[in-house]
Design a protein. Structure first.
Length: 477
């Protein structure tokens, strides 16, 4: 049979590191990149007798994710120990949630190419602590426990995805939602957003799910598609040859472009989950859950941008970049909702170009959204032309100088002074009596010639509307 005779079934498990300052059960710092084993204490080192104390901020973030993703947030959830031996897990178990997770159900909203929203169902979201990291060198391996006990949420998707592309779109959408919520930094390479892909295939039309394989070590969107497609092909080949697919965990190797068996997949009962005796069940009040606020999500921002008249392409560019969407929101909050389209146009044009050229850093303290609004105001008041506005904005955004100052320094002020413009108009008309006669005889297309000449005289800084009006008036229209 061909690969196309099988239907792929994919379910993703995502581990997202929560952006708390301290760890899940101790006050140690969570920052990335510190000297190995400098962000540790008896609790996250797993020393006997050290007791965990729950971090409230992590719970808030998990609830935020649950509310944003339409889960049923549980007022009561329970901590479990997941037992396994691994050098980077000194306690010999991981504190997680098993039977009673903090969030059940829910879905990831995926904004499709046609602008519709597809909801991909979730099993659950639970809180757990991360393990440390083994660092392998030529002469052996070392363990860094800075990451030990850093808070994670695991977002478990239902096996509802049907292709590598769907899986990758789902993953992108989920990542973006977490970025919008400000609870995860979305960094696949550094491992703060990690994905395991469960893949099985079944004959098209079959009801029963096939045996799944869990793929690990997928740290880019390209790799997720590659790894899943490789696995689909491998399983199809096995089934074609009449061999069963083994339930196992496989590692994706992007250099060799292959997956290889890592270990046979543990069943849940191998972990001997049992209730964590050092932590009481997590009991939330309804008021706590209610008090957690969820900002507008990507698909909601997208709809709002379209409603403001922004094109689909521009809206997508903006919502896919959390910095741009925040900038748009900030500027329109000051300039008014009716400026939505204009601001969007500016962002996908000039602002994005400046960012890509490395001339603008939206995070820099030199930058404020007011700078954009100031330039708009100068343009609206006729103080600068639209061409000059772009130049001023580029300079303002790149240097942080006040817009009025830039206009002056660069000599970009637009001439809107009627008497100054009239003087130029008169000079131009006096210079070309022949054309003036032709114009008055009906050759109206000469207006452009006169205005162009005047603009040249004014070095491009004449207020075009005013110049046009004055010219026609002097010509007797
Ligand atoms: P575990 O915790 O052992 O990995 P779960 O039952 O929680 O097992 O399932 C984990 C993931 O595997 C979920 O994302 C789910 O959607 C996916 N999954 C389950 N069965 C299949 C299957 N037959 N094919 C593909 N994915 C599956
Ligand atoms: Mg799993
Ligand atoms: Zn600690």
């Amino acid at each position: 049979m061909a690969v196309s005779d099988y239907e792929p079934v994919i379910g993703l498990e995502v581990h997202a590191q929560l952006l708390t300052k301290s760890k899940l059960f101790c006050p140690c710092a969570t920052s990335f990149g510190g000297e190995p084993n400098t962000q540790v204490c008896p609790t996250c080192l797993g020393l006997p007798g050290a007791l965990p104390a729950l971090n409230r901020a992590a719970v808030e973030m998990a609830v935020k994710a649950g509310k944003a993703l339409g889960c049923e947030v549980q007022e009561r959830s329970v901590w479990s120990r997941k037992n396994y031996f691994y050098p980077d897990s000194p306690k010999g178990y991981q504190i997680s949630q098993y039977e009673l997770p903090i969030c059940k159900g829910g879905f990831v909203p995926v904004l499709e190419h046609d602008g519709s929203v597809r909801e991909v169902a979730l099993e659950r979201i639970h809180l757990e602590e991360d393990a440390g990291k083994s660092v392998h060198a030529d002469d052996g391996s070392e363990v860094d426990l800075n990451r030990s006990s850093v808070p994670l949420i695991e977002i478990v998707g239902k096996p509802d995805l049907r292709s590598a592309d769907e899986a990758s779109e789902y993953l992108k959408s989920l990542r973006l939602v977490l970025l919008y919520l400000g609870i995860n930094d979305g960094n696949l390479e550094e491992g703060s957003f990690r994905c395991d892909a469960n893949v099985s295939i079944r004959k098209r039309g079959a009801e029963k799910l096939g045996t799944r394989v869990e793929l690990k070590n997928i740290n880019s969107f390209r790799f997720i598609r590659q790894a899943i497609d490789l696995e689909i092909a491998r399983q199809a080949q096995l089934l074609d040859a009449g061999s069963p697919v083994r339930m196992e965990t496989r590692l994706f190797d992007h250099e060799k472009n292959e997956t290889r068996a890592m270990r046979s997949k543990e069943e849940a009962n191998d972990y001997r989950y049992f209730p964590e005796p050092d932590l009481p069940p997590l009991q939330l009040t309804a008021a706590f859950v209610q008090g957690v606020r969820v900002p507008p999500l990507p698909h909601e921002r997208y709809a709002a941008l379209l409603a403001a008249g922004v094109s689909q392409a521009d809206a997508r560019t903006i919502v896919n970049d959390v910095r741009l969407v925040a900038l748009h929101a900030k500027v329109t909050a000051i300039a008014g909702a009716e400026s939505g389209k204009r601001v969007a146009h500016l962002i996908v044009g000039d602002v994005l170009r400046l960012i890509n050229d490395g001339r603008l850093d939206l995070e820099s303290p030199k930058f404020t959204p007011d700078q954009i609004i100031e330039v708009f105001k100068l343009q609206d008041a006729g103080a600068i032309s639209s061409t000059a506005a772009r130049e001023v904005l580029a300079e303002v955004l790149a240097s942080g100088a006040p817009p009025a100052q830039v206009v002056q320094d660069k000599g970009l002020a637009q001439v809107s002074d009627t008497s100054a413009l009239e003087a130029v108009v008169d000079a131009i008309l006096a210079r070309s009596p022949g054309e003036v006669d032709k114009y008055r005889a009906g050759k109206k297309s000469l207006l452009g010639f006169f205005v162009g000449a005047a603009m040249k005289e004014l070095k491009g800084k004449g207020n075009p509307g005013l110049l046009n009006a004055l010219m026609r008036k002097r010509l007797g229209d």
